[in-house]
Design a protein around this ligand. Structure first.
Ligand code: FES
Length: 159
């Protein structure tokens, strides 16, 4: 048994304690889901089914909450969140070329996470910074006037 297993077990115990605390109580839905998101980095399907059963909430409601709040993700997320703006200004100034290079470097299509969970790549709407288009953000850090040529160097900064 390695330290990692112990850690995961501790986290699972915390979740079990929350399930016990909110058993049959739909008011605990957000709290429990936030804890699951924190432990797993996303909301695994099994955990959502368990949440519905334990709290006595219809599974459709659980999914409704999961998809409504941006803080929840139904898919595993990467350690680094890469967002490329595809708003009009960014688009006309070359964001599609940046997207192609990002997808090529990561080996995934936008909207997905790399298998090693290093990056999640998402396309977003206007970030309100059209003057420095095309705009890329990594974990909230802004990269202005992006070009496909800058992609490799920028991604290399994030392990
Ligand atoms: S269109 Fe990209 S910042 Fe406005």
């Amino acid at each position: 048994m390695g330290a990692e297993c112990k850690c995961n077990c501790d986290q699972e115990k915390k979740l079990d304690a929350l399930f016990a605390q909110y058993k049959g109580n739909s008011n605990g839905l957000i709290v429990v889901m936030a804890a699951i998101q924190e432990v797993h980095g996303y909301l695994p399907k099994d955990s959502l089914v368990k949440t519905a059963e334990e709290l006595g909430v219809p599974l459709s409601d659980v999914y409704g909450v999961a998809t409504f709040y941006a803080a929840f993700s139904l898919r595993p997320r990467g350690r680094h969140c890469v967002n490329l703006c595809l708003g009009t200004a960014c688009y006309v100034k070359g964001a599609p070329d940046v997207q192609t290079m990002l997808e090529q470097e990561m080996g995934i299509k936008a909207g997905n996470t790399t298998e090693d969970r290093r990056f999640s790549l998402d396309l977003v709407r206007c970030l309100g910074a059209c003057g420095i288009a095309p705009v890329l953000t990594v974990n909230g850090e802004v990269y202005p006037r992006m070009t496909a040529e800058k992609v490799t160097e920028i991604l290399a900064k994030y392990e």
